[in-house]
Design a protein around this ligand. Structure first.
Ligand code: MN3
Length: 203
């Protein structure tokens, strides 16, 4: 049985950039629902005993009729956990940029941190419909900005994710309504770059 992970901070900790009401509903309702439906999908597919990563990297091994529910809810469960852990309330002007070896590779690939941020924001802003924009380590060891639709998880595609923004409307609609670029701009203030660097060095 999978259980909803606790948030690593309180519901109001990411204010004013991420409002308490949205964080509470997003975690206690949306993420909870993915967790409940994941458990049902795991049972239906006979996937009990597997880790979430094992499920996400072997979706095609399950009975075809069970794959959609398993993909949607294993991704919904894992992506949200990863999303919460990609943010932190403890940021300052100095920590709102990448650091360490990840910063070096970002500069090498995108030209500068600002250019990377611009490209990531543009891609997240342009994503059509529900989904996620990710910074990932590609299979060749480089960095890529990718989108996934609905609840597709980069682990299922062979990527190692470092950072993600949720661009489903439920992620920002209470505060930002239809203004997704404002949510993206707010998001940059609460990114946990130490976490991204940690994920990168372990990749
Ligand atoms: Mn969401």
């Amino acid at each position: 049985m999978f259980t909803l992970p606790n948030l690593p901070y309180s519901y109001n900790a990411l204010e004013p950039f991420y409002d308490a009401k949205t964080v509470e509903i997003h975690h206690s309702k949306h993420h909870q629902t993915y967790t409940d439906k994941l458990n049902a999908a795991v049972k239906a597919a006979g996937a009990e005993g597997k880790t979430i990563e094992e499920i996400l990297t072997s979706l095609e091994s399950f009975e075809t009729s069970k794959q959609t529910a398993l993909r949607n809810h294993s991704g919904g469960f894992w992506n949200h956990t990863f999303f919460w852990e990609s943010m932190t309330p403890n940021t300052t002007k100095e920590t709102r940029v990448a650091n360490g070896t990840l910063a070096e590779l970002i500069t090498k690939i995108f030209g500068s941190f600002e250019e990377f941020q611009k490209a990531f924001s543009a891609q997240a802003g342009a994503h059509f419909g529900s989904g996620w924009t990710w910074l990932v380590v590609s299979t060749s060891g480089g960095l890529e900005i990718i989108d996934t639709h609905d609840q597709v998880c980069p682990l299922s595609l062979g990527f190692t994710p470092l950072l993600v923004i949720d661009v489903w409307e439920h992620a920002y609609y209470i505060k930002h309504q239809n203004r997704r670029p404002e949510w993206i701009a707010d998001f940059w203030n609460i990114v946990d770059w130490n976490k991204a660097e940690e994920r990168f060095t372990q990749a």
